[in-house]
Design a protein around this ligand. Structure first.
Ligand code: NDP
Length: 240
């Protein structure tokens, strides 16, 4: 158990990131957990864990957190670039600042997360990048315009990275969930969009648990390094 490799997770303070942190901790891995709400990371109370208050938009602080955790627990073997925000809304009336925030966190934040571990993984010819996209990175919805843009970005970057990293024996797994019960809706300020989302969610019998997503990521990671699950698409059964 002691020599299981280090797992790094952005956005580990709630939702899917928190569930993935618990799953990998249960499996005996040391963890680097990052988010802005340090109190929520501390409340997880998981063993052999480095906690860092990191905003993924801050490339230097993300890289410093990785360096600190690696000094303690050895190289990061999995980076879960998960932190993201969904400010869904009517594109004609949505304040552009909401686009800026989504673009910065969901695209540049993901690139900052990758950048912090990429060179090390290439050098070691070992590692796994788990890239958080969405079903909204595969299909579009009228009130998800910029959010969809950020998640299509994650898909495109992931496919390019997978092609680049294949000869280096590094895996790139894209995660594309449908509706998962988390705090994601807390960031939607457009009340009509929120209402529509909630009624669509109720009509399909609700979202799935973040633990289901975490279990799939754990299973994908557990495969031998020479085998890759390229994409995990997981939705409520009634979501189309
Ligand atoms: P939550 O809101 O519960 O979790 C989001 C996490 O991202 C939090 O830990 C939050 O931490 C972190 N985060 C947000 N902004 C930043 C930032 N600037 N720097 C660092 N961390 C940040 O929602 P989910 O668990 O649902 O979301 C996780 C990912 O899953 C997102 O990328 C989302 O787009 C994606 N997703 C979610 C789906 C769903 O239905 N729930 C469906 C498909 C994809 P903190 O605020 O403490 O910084």
């Amino acid at each position: 158990m002691d020599n299981k490799p280090l797992i790094a997770i952005t956005g580990a303070s709630s939702g899917i990131g928190e569930a993935v942190a618990r799953a990998f901790s249960e499996a005996g891995h040391p963890l680097l957990l990052m988010a802005r709400r340090l109190d929520r990371l501390e409340a997880l109370d998981l063993p052999r864990t480095v906690l860092r208050k990191v905003d993924v938009r801050d490339r230097a602080s993300l890289a410093a957190a990785v360096r600190d955790a690696e000094a303690e627990h050895g190289p990061v073997d999995l980076m879960f670039a998960n932190a993201g925000i969904a400010r869904l809304g009517d594109i004609a009336t949505q304040p552009p600042e909401e686009w800026d925030e989504m673009i910065d966190i969901n695209t540049k934040g993901v690139m900052n997360s990758v950048h912090a571990v990429l060179a090390g993984m290439v050098e070691r010819k070992q590692g796994t990048l788990v890239m958080m996209s969405s079903i909204a990175g595969r299909k579009v919805y009228p009130d998800h315009t910029v959010y969809c843009g950020t998640k299509f970005f994650v898909h495109a970057v992931s496919e390019s990275l997978r092609a680049y990293l294949a000869p280096h024996n590094v895996r790139v797994v894209v995660v594309s969930p449908g509706i998962v019960d988390t705090e994601v809706l807390d960031h939607v300020n457009d009340l009509q969009t929120l209402e529509n989302y909630k009624s669509n969610k109720a009509a399909i019998g609700g979202g799935i648990s973040a633990d289901i997503v975490a279990g799939l990521i754990l299973d994908a990671y557990a495969l031998p390094q020479r085998a890759i699950v390229q994409e995990i698409v997981i939705t409520p059964t009634q979501q189309t």
